[in-house]
Structures are given as C-alpha cells and as structure tokens.
Design a binder for this molecule. Structure first.
Ligand code: AMP
Ligand code: ZN
Length: 114
C-alpha cells in the first residue's frame, strides 16, 4: 500500500526507532508512548486490520507473538509483565490501517482492561 504510513516505516521511507526486525516482522517505538515501554509490532506484509486475517496469512501471528516474547525479554519487561493490544476498527480507535500490536509495559496497569 503506497499511502500506508507503516509500510513506509517498514521500507525506511519514514524514520522510526527500531526495536526488533526479522524477515516477517518489524517493531519500533510508538511516537506517542502511553507507557514507559510502548512498542508497535507490525507484519512486513500489509494487512489492514485483524479483520483481514485469513487462513492464507494467519501464520504471521506466530511470528508476531514470538517477536513479542523476544522484545519483552530484550526490554526487560518479560518478568514484570506487559499487555499486547490490537485495536481493530472504529470502536477500538484504530487509526493506522496496517495491523499492529501495541506492546505496553514498564508500569503496573492494574486489573482492568479498559
Ligand atoms: P492505533 O490507534 O491502534 O491504530 O495506533 C496507532 C499508533 O501508531 C498510535 O499509538 C500512534 O502513536 C502510532 N504512530 C503513528 N504514527 C507513528 C509513527 N510515525 N511512528 C511511530 N508510531 C506512530
Ligand atoms: Zn501498510
């Protein structure tokens, strides 16, 4: 997608602060962090939202979740804990339509989801 901001970040057309990368996944710091650790994990393949996952592309979820574990260890929050958040669509407040997972941690977030 030519006009997709996260595709441009993946292609280094827009700068980002890299945290982790492999052949399938890229992770970078959120520009507007909402926690001491706030990283976005994106598939290199353009998938607009969680709704667009299919039997053909869902294998990427394995790579995303393994990347989460690597990054959590790398950033020292694996043991203290973290949340992985995917916003899908308008009611969830999705603003960038290239599927991404927020990895947030580094502080106690309590027991409520919202
Ligand atoms: P969402 O509301 O789930 O679509 O989240 C989009 C996230 O992307 C927000 O937390 C933004 O702060 C973040 N974001 C938008 N543009 C950039 C950028 N250029 N670099 C890093 N993070 C970004
Ligand atoms: Zn994209």
């Amino acid at each position: 997608m030519n006009d997709c901001i996260f595709c441009k970040i993946i292609n280094r057309e827009i700068p980002s602060k890299s945290v982790y990368e492999n052949d399938k996944v890229y992770a970078f710091y959120d520009i507007n962090p909402e926690a001491p650790v706030h990283v976005l994990i994106v598939p290199k393949q353009h998938i607009a939202s969680h709704n667009e996952l299919t039997t053909k592309n869902v294998d990427i979820m394995k790579d995303i979740h393994l990347a989460v574990n690597e990054i959590a260890k790398q950033l020292g929050i694996a043991d203290s804990g973290y949340r992985i958040i995917n916003n899908c669509g308008a009611d969830a407040g999705q603003t960038v339509f290239h599927m991404h997972y927020h990895l947030v941690g580094g502080t106690s977030m309590g027991t409520k989801i919202l």
